[in-house]
Write a protein that binds this ligand. Structure first.
Ligand code: SF4
Length: 366
């Protein structure tokens, strides 16, 4: 058995750590690149959403590298993510790949358990008692790595906006993530991350107060720099601090329904969106709207809304945000993303958006 999983943002560090620590053979798909996207685009039609294309490309590259078991996260309706597993399975089978499939449910309930029962029964036969014994520690190490990854990325987003040389931030972040990926124990994880944080802290600052934006939108687009075209970096290099709305750990905790604090937060967010949306559209739509209200309440300078072209829930959110921007008086930049050659256009849009936020802050724009 050789397990593989999507190469989504820094989430692969979490999945890789679990496989490594539990002694389960795995194949890490290459980082998402042009070929990944092209493979996904070639084997789907244009109406399919971008994350599906990228994940399909990840899996094709992993299967080419010898993987035979795919682990994928699932979701419920109405978002198309709930159909990704079935759609990708059919496409890969039509392409002649031989593989097994395991869906990690978006919500851990009895229905999800029964749905996965047959697949897990087959896979269990190939796991040894040692794999099972090592699994709890593996999950703990993976979880700790994921939380540190997210903390490092969050701190890098703060520092990028105020650094005299933002490229130093990228160097510390990349070396910190690489060291974190290699660390094999909890003390080693803490040590390498503290070193990376110390490295970020000693970067010289220019002393100007940065603009602050909340990045909201579709979860894959928010988390995967290849999909969002490195928007965090692009904004950071223009002196804008970006706060991300989505982290993989919060999605897991919401899905597990074990974290009462997060469930309460979820309810509160849904309530914040009610003046603009009084029913649950699905996926992140209501959260995008709620986080815009939150950004206004927290005195952010703007909201960047990123989503794949043809994403139904976020297209709905975009129209709501365009109404709410006037009412709330907070600038919004909505970016439907699809083509990989959008870089220059994106830079122009971002620069104009930064100018608007600066004018608003200085009182030249109402
Ligand atoms: S939220 Fe949008 S882009 Fe993401 S899976 Fe659903 S439809 Fe596709």
């Amino acid at each position: 058995m050789k397990v593989t999983f999507p190469h989504l943002g820094s989430m692969y560090i979490f999945c890789k750590a679990i496989a490594e620590e539990a002694g389960i053979p795995y194949v890490l798909p290459p980082p998402t690149r042009d070929r990944t996207r092209e493979l996904g685009e070639f084997h789907t039609n244009e109406s399919v959403c971008l994350p599906l294309k990228i994940i399909l490309g990840n899996f094709i590259e992993a299967l080419e590298a010898g993987a035979d078991t795919i682990v994928m996260v699932g979701s419920g309706p109405p978002c198309r993510l709930g159909l990704y597993d079935r759609t990708i399975k059919v496409i890969l089978s039509d392409l002649g790949y031989d593989f097994r499939w395991l869906t990690i449910p978006g919500i851990f309930n009895w229905q999800a358990f029964l749905q996965n029962h047959d697949e897990t029964r087959e896979l269990r036969k190939e796991l040894t008692p040692s794999n099972f014994l090592r699994f709890p520690r593996a999950v703990m190490i993976g979880w700790r790595k994921m939380r540190w990854c997210e903390h490092l990325e969050d701190q890098a987003a703060r520092k990028r906006a105020v650094a005299q040389n933002p490229l130093e931030v990228e160097r510390w972040l990349q070396s910190g993530l690489a060291a974190l990926d290699q660390a094999r124990s909890l003390p080693a994880i803490s040590k390498v991350c503290r070193q990376a944080l110390a490295g970020l802290a000693q970067i010289r600052e220019h002393g100007r107060r940065p603009l602050k934006v909340m990045m909201v939108g579709e979860v894959y687009t928010v988390m995967e720099p290849t999909i969002n075209m490195n928007i965090e970096q692009r904004l950071g290099h223009l002196g804008v601090e970006v706060k991300r709305s989505s982290y993989f750990s919060s999605h897991i905790r919401r899905g597990s329904r074990l974290d009462r604090g997060l469930l309460k937060e979820r309810r509160q967010l849904m309530e914040l969106a009610v003046p603009y949306l009084n029913y649950d559209v699905g996926a992140e739509c209501n959260f995008s709207v709620a986080e815009m209200v939150l950004a206004k309440n927290m005195d952010y300078d703007g909201v960047v809304h990123v989503y794949p072209f043809s994403c139904m829930p976020e297209t709905t959110a975009a129209s709501v945000l365009s109404t709410a921007t006037t009412e709330l008086g907070i600038p919004v930049l909505s970016l439907p993303l699809d083509r990989k050659d959008m870089g220059l256009r994106l830079d122009t849009q971002i620069e104009a958006f930064v100018d608007i936020m600066q004018m608003k802050r200085s009182g030249d724009l109402h």
